[in-house]
Design a protein around this ligand. Structure first.
Ligand SMILES: Cc1cc2nc3c(=O)[nH]c(=O)nc-3n(C[C@H](O)[C@H](O)[C@H](O)COP(=O)(O)OP(=O)(O)OC[C@H]3O[C@@H](n4cnc5c(N)ncnc54)[C@H](O)[C@@H]3O)c2cc1C
Length: 273
């Protein structure tokens, strides 16, 4: 048998998922796209006693509500890549979604699952921090909102409490003069990134967030200044950032990569702005 034994339930709503998790105890896990959890179960790194399938817990909706873009936690990477609402609000979303894994992964994996899984090189945590996203969750104690920058604690560890389920992600719509862009480098298309960069510029300031160089997204905005000189900002961010070890690339090579990709992301963000 490839995985350890487990029971399987389907939740018809997020509230039902929370109730099932409570009833099934601490060895129960939700499963959305299964694109991170199932590989871990096959390796027996994860051995949940019970799975609560949340694919039917709500719509995979992506919509503008007032001054926000609201993305269901169940929206798949491919849904976001194709969504006219997401593309017109923040083109960076389609840009990042298109870099995730392969077409099979993008059609099954969800943004909620990616944020909850908190892989250090994942695209969504990096983009969510850069755009100032709010992650809405439902749990035994009711609803709460977590700023994306407070969600990932370290690789594969979040501030979600036991039994909490991500229900939706909310992003502010771009203000006039605001633009964002994403840049990434992986050894082969579909591989996990060696570096992700999400850059957001607005009049007088810039936000630059780096992924895959530490155990969680790094906000390097202080070094980037107002982003008006992308090349200087790229060099400053690269010089100032602490780079963790990686099996496939040395520290100085990645420092150079940071300078190049931060420059490119800021240039593209400025064009969009
Ligand atoms: C070949 C391959 C390549 C990949 N490449 C990339 C890549 O380049 N970049 C990248 O970011 N990812 C990559 N992935 C992972 C993929 O993006 C996953 O889809 C994503 O990380 C998790 O989403 P999921 O819906 O599949 O979650 P699942 O695998 O179903 O769940 C993952 C974890 O999140 C929890 N979870 C799921 N949904 C919720 C929720 N709503 N609330 C709370 N907890 C929840 C689960 O309990 C589990 O712990 C790759 C996967 C594969 C198989």
């Amino acid at each position: 048998v490839p995985t350890a034994p487990f029971t399987y339930e389907r939740a018809g709503s997020f509230a039902e998922a929370v109730a099932l998790l409570q009833a099934l105890g601490e060895d129960a896990r939700v499963i959305a796209g299964g694109q991170s959890l199932v590989p871990l179960m096959l390796l027996r790194f994860a051995q949940p006693a019970a799975l609560v399938d949340i694919r039917g817990a709500g719509e995979r909706a992506i919509e503008r509500t007032g001054d926000r873009l609201v993305i269901s936690a169940l929206a798949r990477h491919a849904d976001i890549e194709a969504s006219p609402e997401a593309r017109s609000a923040w083109p960076i979303l389609a840009e990042a979604a298109g870099q995730i894994g392969n077409v099979r992964v993008r059609h099954r994996g969800t943004i909620g699952g990616s944020l909850a899984h908190a892989e250090a090189s994942a695209e969504w945590p990096c983009v969510a921090v850069a755009l100032g996203a709010t992650v809405h969750v439902l749990g035994p104690a009711g609803e709460r909102a977590i700023a994306a920058r407070d969600l990932v604690i370290t690789h594969l560890t979040t501030s979600l409490e036991p039994g909490e389920v991500i229900t939706r992600i909310e992003l502010p719509l771009p203000a006039p003069g605001e633009g964002a862009a994403f840049a990434e480098y992986a050894r082969r298309p579909g591989d996990f990134a060696l570096l992700t960069v999400a850059a957001v510029v607005r009049p007088g300031s810039a936000r630059v967030v780096l992924g895959a160089i530490a155990d969680r997204p790094i906000d390097a905005s202080a070094a980037a200044g107002d982003g008006s000189d992308p090349e200087a900002a790229g060099r400053a961010v690269a010089a100032g950032v602490e780079i963790g070890p990686h099996p496939h690339a040395g520290v100085e090579w990645r420092r150079e990569l940071i300078a190049v990709l931060v420059t490119r992301a800021l240039e593209a963000a400025r064009e969009r702005a």
